[in-house]
Design a protein around this ligand. Structure first.
Ligand code: ZN
Length: 246
């Protein structure tokens, strides 16, 4: 399995960069996980977007899905030019309902609802979904093959069961939207702090912790210090261009 980070910022990107967008590849599957602001303008640095044959949207906040409109048009143009045949599989939450219905009507995608704890098996790549804790229905996702696994928190406040779901994953791609001092605010907003993510990593013990969903205004040195003051296992802050094979 390979992970390529396209964008990691929230809720807006740094200049020339992108919000949440991650490529997960395994076997014949090339999955775009989330497609927030700027992802479309950065995707081409890492992949021919026409190679994407699966799209997963964790929830309908703009920093996770808004460039889906642009991706749709890229697929549409490719079909018109005869470069791409058939719609691409798109997994999305069923709520907000108007969003679900909108994408169902888009011919460039075949839409499937994300069902909690359902397992999707696609040519060598398995995916499981877990309800997150966020103001809008949001899902954590676990990707796994015979010998590799990746757990993505999506946007969520810290929840105990998440660390059990992520236990032993090769990669824990977890959001760290706020600083350690913002614990109360994090629960209010349905996000996690550096401290909450680091404490979770202590329980989940991933092969590698990747802190993502970072606010562009934070000092990355401070974010890393806060994480490493609690969690001393392998850890990095997400950045565009990061890639790893597991
Ligand atoms: Zn977000």
């Amino acid at each position: 399995m390979e992970l390529q980070i396209v964008g990691c910022w929230a809720p807006y990107p740094r200049t020339g960069e992108a919000c949440n967008g991650y490529l997960v590849k395994a076997g014949q599957t090339t999955c775009l996980l989330d497609c927030g602001h700027g992802v479309m303008s950065c995707l081409g640095k890492y992949i021919d977007p026409l190679e994407i044959n699966l799209v997963m949207i964790s929830h309908f906040h703009p920093d996770h899905y808004v460039d889906l409109y642009a991706l749709r048009h890229l697929f549409r143009a490719a079909r018109y030019q005869g470069k791409k045949v058939g719609p691409v599989d798109l997994f999305i939450p069923e709520h907000p309902q108007e969003q679900y219905q909108y994408w169902q009507a888009v011919p460039e995608f075949t839409v499937y609802p994300i069902h909690p704890s359902a397992r999707v098996a696609l040519s060598g790549l398995n995916i499981e979904f877990y309800p997150a804790s966020h103001p809008l229905p949001s899902y954590s996702l676990k990707f796994w093959t015979g010998n590799a696994s990746l757990y993505y928190s999506s946007d969520t406040s810290a929840r105990e069961e998440m660390w059990e779901q992520a236990e032993g994953a090769d990669i824990l791609l977890g959001e760290a939207s706020l600083l350690a001092q913002d614990g109360e605010l994090a629960y209010e907003l349905g996000h996690m702090t550096t401290e909450q993510l680091a404490r979770g990593a202590l329980k989940a013990r991933p092969g590698l912790l990747i802190a993502t969903h970072l606010w562009p205004g934070f000092d990355s040195t401070i974010l890393m210090q806060e994480i490493q003051s609690i969690y001393t296992g392998p850890a990095v802050l997400a950045y565009a261009g990061f890639s790893i094979s597991i």
